[in-house]
Design a binder for this molecule. Structure first.
Ligand SMILES: NC(=O)c1ccc[n+]([C@@H]2O[C@H](COP(=O)([O-])OP(=O)(O)OC[C@H]3O[C@@H](n4cnc5c(N)ncnc54)[C@H](OP(=O)(O)O)[C@@H]3O)[C@@H](O)[C@H]2O)c1
Length: 299
């Protein structure tokens, strides 16, 4: 029997990498090497119990990255801007992984990338957590690593946290404050990423060199609000907040997210048909909302 392909999964204790590790383990055809800085944390122990090799590595340490990738055939790579809010650091981490995958000759890297907005807009708009990933996409390609970029849309899960509706001044209804004007907002559940990545890894010849914009639904903010209202029984409305008002909200990252929504209003490519081809069970928003409505009981 042929040995199973070893797939190294960065961010395996988190949302994206966790979904990828789970899908690879469910497939059964891969040895999953789950990478974390803390092999004793509950998510790492769970991965071990589910059959993953759990290895300790810090993306800031090249020797660590090299030993985590030695012997791997392929890798899923995600870096977390929101841990440090530092574009240069995210670029360093991404380039460090790219260099090591090149040196070790990995056959396929699936990178969680995003557009280089600064470059696309000729410097008019900067979205730091996009621009850094865009530079890393370019770097992977420039040094000749066989790489597919998967560009995620806003996770539906953000509606449980950062974009959770808040009580309106009438004390009864709720506001969904997402500055999209009259434009459609792409979304998907991050839990549906894993099977997408497994499909991509199964067909390297088809997907190496491609940037795949993911989405399972394109909806107006008012449509998100309407689906949330029907599922929760509460009245949730599009707050119709402007980009500038959003940027002025003052929480850490408000400016950055305002800039991101400005870019989303420029309609980056997110392909629903391709996403559903790569993961036919990926949920539309209505289905996700039905499954998650209990999380809004205390709204
Ligand atoms: N939220 C969205 O809608 C959205 C959409 C598109 C793209 N993104 C991008 O997704 C990224 C975050 O991914 P996520 O949602 O999966 O995050 P997450 O759930 O917070 O998980 C972050 C993961 O990164 C790992 N990690 C962070 N720093 C590390 C380091 N120095 N060395 C090794 N591992 C490290 C963590 O591992 P340990 O802590 O176990 O070491 C953890 O597994 C961000 O860069 C964001 O821009 C998000």
């Amino acid at each position: 029997m042929a040995a199973k392909r070893v797939v190294a999964v960065f961010g395996a204790t988190g949302a994206q990498g966790g979904s990828v590790a789970a899908a690879l383990l469910a497939n059964g055809g891969y040895t999953v090497r789950a990478i974390t800085r803390d092999t004793t944390k509950p998510a790492a122990l769970k991965l071990k119990e589910a059959g993953a090799e759990v290895v300790c590595a810090d993306l800031d340490n090249e020797t660590n990255v090299e030993s985590a990738l030695t012997g791997a055939d392929s890798a899923f790579v995600v870096t977390n801007f929101w841990e440090h809010f530092n574009k240069d650091k995210e670029i360093e981490q991404g380039k460090r992984i790219a260099d090591v995958t090149k040196r070790l000759g990995l056959k396929h890297v699936v990178y969680s990338g995003l557009e280089n907005v600064k470059k696309l807009t000729g410097g008019k708009l900067e979205v730091l957590h996009f621009d850094g990933k865009g530079e890393v996409e370019e770097y992977f390609r420039a040094i000749g690593v066989p790489m597919t970029s998967v560009r995620l849309p806003s996770y539906f899960e953000n509606l449980l946290t950062f974009f959770r509706p808040t009580k309106a001044s009438d004390g009864e209804t709720y506001n969904l404050a997402i500055p999209m004007g009259d434009m459609l907002l792409d979304g998907m559940s991050v839990s549906d990423l894993g099977p997408v990545v497994v499909s991509v890894l199964k067909c390297p010849a088809k997907y190496i060199g491609k940037d795949i914009g993911l989405s399972t639904d394109k909806l107006l903010v008012a449509q998100y609000a309407d689906i949330m209202s029907k599922a929760t029984g509460k009245t949730i409305k599009d707050a119709k907040i402007s980009l500038d008002a959003y940027r002025s909200l003052g929480f850490p990252g408000a400016q950055e997210l305002g800039n991101m929504f400005e870019f989303y209003q420029m309609k980056p490519v997110r392909n629903v048909d391709l996403t559903l081809e790569l993961n036919p069970k990926a949920k539309k928003f209505q289905e996700w909302m039905q499954q998650n409505k209990d999380a809004y009981k205390d709204l």
